[in-house]
Design a protein around this ligand. Structure first.
Ligand SMILES: [Zn+2]
Ligand SMILES: [Zn+2]
Length: 254
């Protein structure tokens, strides 16, 4: 199973997961050209992409979803209310596959499950992607890590979890007060500390060994600060990888 975060942040998100010639993209916030270029650096043909899964309807996760589904000629999956919220931008797409939160389904060798997250969107979700080699979990854009999210992620060998901001940088940074409040709220974004606490819990109670830090703010965070803060919670119990807005992460093979 190969995992790579192709791009992550408020400028656009997409994650690639492949096994046995079948690949999924989680979120479609990057252009077809950009995704094709990133896949090329991995020596991967675009035709392996067989499905796009959407976490929620915000533009940085699905501004390109319709055009990606057309270019890759693959179906688009999302919770029922997420796809309903996107219906105008997806009109004319033939292969829309709405599902109920928590309902499991299969794509190729993958078994896919979803779990609810707290975020200011219609019906946002995180994903669990299972294969014979293990389970990968993804949760970005969440105000808090709920008990349900922790329980779902505890089954994962690797997770892609948001480390959006450093609290002090957000507090003293240039954002207007209302936006700061929204980011810090229960339906906003996860701080480096909250990410570190959740990962520490997952290494203790779950099987987590590898984590990608995702959706880093370019204004309210710095990659080395995110890494250092999260590391301080983990005592080396999990291997950490950074993700980037303008280039792909390292490739993880599970
Ligand atoms: Zn986002
Ligand atoms: Zn969002």
């Amino acid at each position: 199973m190969r995992i790579c975060v192709l791009g992550s942040g408020s400028g656009g998100n997409s994650t690639f997961i492949e096994r046995g010639g079948t690949a999924l993209l989680i979120d479609g916030g990057l252009s077809y050209l950009r995704i094709r270029q990133e896949l090329e650096t991995l020596g991967i043909e675009p035709r392996v992409v067989k499905a796009i899964l959407i976490t929620h309807e915000h533009g940085d996760h699905c501004s390109e979803a319709g055009s990606l589904a057309r270019r890759f000629r693959c179906p688009l999956y999302g919770t029922r209310r997420t796809l309903a919220a996107l219906r105008w931008s997806l009109s004319g797409l033939e292969e829309l596959r709405p599902f109920e939160l928590g309902q499991e389904f299969e794509i190729g060798d993958f078994r896919i499950a979803s779990f609810p997250i707290f975020h200011d969107a219609a019906e946002p979700c995180g994903y669990l992607i299972r294969s014979e080699e293990g389970t990968v979990g993804l949760a970005t854009d969440l105000g808090v890590v709920s008990r349900a999210a922790l329980e779902a992620l505890a089954t994962c060998d690797a997770v892609i979890l948001e480390a959006n901001h450093d609290l002090e940088m957000l507090k003293t940074g240039p954002y207007p007060w209302e936006l700061k409040q929204r980011i810090r709220s229960e339906v906003g974004h996860l701080s480096n500390d909250a990410c570190g606490e959740a990962l520490a819990e997952l290494t203790r109670s779950g099987r987590l060994r590898t984590a990608f830090l995702a959706h880093l703010s370019r204004t309210n965070n710095r990659p080395e600060l995110a890494l250092q803060t999260v590391q301080s919670y983990l005592d080396g119990r999990a291997e950490l990888h950074l993700t980037w807005q303008d280039r792909r992460s390292e490739l993880l093979i599970l």
